[in-house]
Write a protein that binds this ligand. Structure first.
Ligand SMILES: *Cc1c(COP(=O)(O)O)cnc(C)c1O
Length: 403
C-alpha cells in the first residue's frame, strides 16, 4: 500500500464529490474542476505534535503525515523545500512595518518552487505505477519534471512555448526529458500535449492532478514553523497557475484543524501578476467568479505568462475570503524590482520575485499594507534561469552586463 493511511479521499473543489484515492485520476469526473487531497487530520493530530518536527529531515518531507505517500515508502526527493525565510529589516524600517521577509525558493532543486509540486506528483505517479509523465510548462515546471522523472527512472515529456527562456529547454533536455517547442504560450503547449499524448502518459499539468498542490502547500507549513507557529499579516505571491496560492491556503486550513496555529488569524493573500498578463487581477477587480483568458500574454516573467488557469475560481475565492487583493505591475517595474530585490537580498531572484517587490511598494503606497504589519514576499525562483530577463533589467537600468 503506497498511499498514506491518513489520506482518506479526494474531494472536488467545486461540487464536493468524494472520490477514491486509488481509482480517481485527473479532474473531477462530474464537473471537470480540480480535486483536492483530504486527510484524517484528527488522527494526525493524535499521532504527531508540532514539536516532533524539529529533528526531522530539512526538506518538505518533514511534514510526512500531511503528505500523500505511505510512511514506509521512499518519496522521489532531491532535498526540496525547507527554504530560508530571509528578513529585510531595512525595507521594514523604511516603511514602518513590523517585519518584511522573503521566502526564498531559489535554492530548490532546479532553481524554483516547482520542485515541491513535482516531488509530490512524481512520487505519487510512480506509486500508482506510471511509466511516462508529461506536462506543458512556461519554463520551471518542465525542468522540475525532467529532474524528478530522471531521479525516479521514468520517461518525461515536456511541452514549452518556443520562446521560453533558453535555460529551461537546455536543462530539461540535459536531464533526459523529451522537449517539444510549441508556437504560442503554455495553453498552446498544453493543447499540443493532449493532441500527441500516448495512452500511457500521465498528465501532471497544474491542478489537473491533486498532488502538485500537496507539495506546494508545504510552503504554508514552513512559514508557520519558521515564524514560531504564527502567520504573517500579508503574503504576496506571484501567480500563474496559482498552485502555490491554493496550496498555502489549504495548509493554513489544515494547520488550524491540527491545532498547530490559532484559528481565525489567516494572512491577507495577494495575487501578483504583470500588466502584460493579468487574468486573475482583471477578474478580481471586476468582481467575477471566474477569469476569462488573457489575449496576447506578454512578459519576460515566464511563470506569469499563463493566460488561463484551471484553478481560477478557487484562487478568486481565496483572495476574497482572506480580504486580500490582486495587483498587476508594469513590466518595467517588474524588471527594476528584480534588480532591487536581488541587491537587497544578495540572491539573484527570478523576475516573478521582482514583480512581487514592485507590487509590495505599490501596496504600501496605497495603504493596503499598514504600519506595523508583518509581510512575506515570495521569490519563487532563481534569476540564473532567466538571463534574458536579467539582462533586459540591467539594460533598462542603464547598467551594462559584463562581458
Ligand atoms: C510557475 C511559476 C510561478 C507561478 O506559480 P503558480 O503556482 O503556477 O501560480 C511563479 N514564479 C515562478 C518562478 C514559477 O516558475
Amino acid at each position: 500500500m503506497s498511499v498514506s493511511p491518513y489520506l482518506t479521499h479526494l474531494e472536488c473543489t467545486a461540487c464536493h464529490a468524494r472520490l477514491d484515492v486509488e481509482r480517481a485520476r485527473g479532474l473531477c469526473p462530474t464537473c471537470g474542476r480540480p480535486l483536492a487531497a483530504r486527510y484524517d487530520l484528527a488522527a494526525v493530530r493524535r499521532a504527531v505534535d508540532r514539536r516532533d518536527l524539529a529533528g526531522r529531515v530539512p526538506s518538505m518531507w518533514r511534514y510526512r503525515e500531511v503528505l500523500p505517500l505511505a510512511p514506509e515508502a521512499e518519496p522521489v526527493s532531491l532535498g526540496e523545500g525547507f527554504t530560508p525565510l530571509l528578513p529585510l529589516p531595512a525595507l521594514a524600517r523604511a516603511h514602518g512595518l513590523g517585519a518584511v521577509w522573503v521566502k526564498d525558493e531559489s535554492g530548490n532543486p532546479t532553481g524554483s518552487f516547482k520542485a515541491r509540486g513535482l516531488s509530490a506528483a512524481v512520487t505519487m505517479a510512480r506509486a500508482f505505477g506510471a511509466t511516462a509523465l508529461a506536462l506543458p510548462s512556461a519554463g520551471n515546471a518542465g525542468g522540475a519534471l525532467a529532474a524528478y522523472a530522471a531521479a525516479a527512472g521514468l520517461a518525461a515529456h515536456v511541452f514549452v512555448p518556443e520562446d521560453c527562456p533558453r535555460a529551461f529547454v537546455v536543462e530539461a533536455t540535459a536531464l533526459g526529458a523529451s522537449v517539444t517547442l510549441v508556437p504560442g504560450v503554455i495553453t498552446d503547449a498544453g493543447r499540443r500535449l493532449r493532441e500527441v499524448a500516448a495512452a500511457d502518459w500521465v498528465d501532471l499539468s497544474t491542478l489537473k492532478e491533486p498532488y502538485r498542490v500537496e507539495g506546494k502547500k508545504t510552503m504554508g507549513y514552513e512559514l508557520a514553523e519558521q515564524l514560531g507557529w504564527s502567520l504573517p499579516d500579508v503574503i504576496l505571491y506571484p501567480t500563474g497557475g496559482g498552485t502555490g496560492l491554493v496550496g498555502m491556503d489549504k495548509a493554513f486550513g489544515e494547520l488550524e484543524e491540527l491545532g498547530w496555529i490559532p484559528p481565525g488569524r489567516r494572512p491577507r493573500m495577494v495575487s501578483v501578476q504583470v500588466e502584460g498578463c493579468a487574468p486573475i487581477v482583471r477578474a478580481f477587480l471586476a468582481g467575477a467568479a471566474e477569469a476569462t483568458p488573457w489575449e496576447d500574454p506578454r512578459t519576460l516573467a515566464a511563470g506569469l505568462r499563463v493566460p488561463a488557469a484551471v484553478g481560477d475560481r478557487w484562487m478568486l475565492e481565496i483572495l476574497r475570503a482572506s480580504s486580500g487583493t490582486a495587483i498587476a505591475v508594469p513590466e518595467e517595474e517588474m524588471l527594476a524590482g528584480t534588480l532591487a530585490l536581488s541587491r537587497a537580498l544578495g540572491v539573484l531572484v527570478a523576475p516573478e520575485g521582482g514583480a512581487v517587490l514592485a507590487a509590495f511598494e505599490r501596496l504600501v503606497a496605497s495603504g493596503f499594507v499598514r504600519p506595523g504589519e508583518r509581510v512575506v514576499l515570495f521569490n519563487t525562483g532563481s534569476g540564473l534561469k532567466y538571463l534574458e530577463a536579467v539582462e533586459a533589467a540591467l539594460a533598462a537600468s542603464g547598467a551594462r552586463a559584463a562581458g
